[in-house]
Design a protein around this ligand. Sequence first.
Ligand code: MEV
Length: 311
Amino acid sequence: MGTGKGYGKTILFGEHFVVYGLPAIASALRSYTTAEVKLGDGSGWTVDDQRPATPGYKKKKFNEAMQSIKNVIEYLKIDTENLELEITFAGDLIAASGVGASAAQCTSLSRAINDTFDLNLNDEEINKAAYEGEKAYHGTPSGIDNTASTYGGLIWFVKNLEGGKNTMDLLQSPKKMPLIIANSGITASTTEVVADVRRLKEESPKKFEKIFTKYERLAAEAKKALLEADITTIGNLMNQNHKLLQDITVSGEINDKLVEIALKNGSIGAKMTGTGRGGLVIALAENEEVQDKIAKAIEKEGFNAWKTMIG
Ligand code: MEV
């Protein structure tokens, strides 16, 4: 038997832009998915998915989840014709669109297989295996989700578009900052939304070029602000990033509504995070009292809100 875990993540800056080689900043969450692998007597593999989840999430992502598990098993060259893997997923990470649930699943499975078969893989190799799994969910994943899931912490990430090694810097902020994660309850397809953005970009290259230039500047400022724990600037930049995400059409009505609730209740800055068109919104709070107030206001409107810290 072997076990492994993979952290959830939240993208603070740069979802979608990261797909095109622009920098993004993600923070791993304290919540994680666990995988347990037991060897059965037969062949093939079975899955018992006990993860807590947003209603409808597991059904919508079922085929992708199965393909991603297959990808990881094949990438790690486990011979399931002569071995049976009984895989169980659990943990406290709520499987929802935007929280890196797919990456956490792929990472936890890679670690559990590594543990079961004593493969002696280091984090870089675990991350590569998890990336193979992510392909089933994203088509062309940037790799930021599995990287945050594997390494944890606060990460500056740039995808290498030539296929070489991605840039990954672990950032250390001098102070932890309270964050609220609001769940719209809507599960979006990352593959579809990413493909849609690509189409729009091909249709309006000039418009996208301008937006990309603005975003690149913003990302550099965000890195500096995070390194200085300059919470006002971080919040301000989150608001600006949300506008750019609206410009590329990935923020849905429900995301905008959640952002508005957070800002009205004292958030310094709020934005959608992850795929968008549903999924999650993150909101930064000056202190834990305000964090509590924002979370309660979101819950009053009928949405789930989780409190966490970044930095
Ligand atoms: C999804 O969590 C983040 C996206 O930027 C896709 C990716 O990076 O692969 C939308």
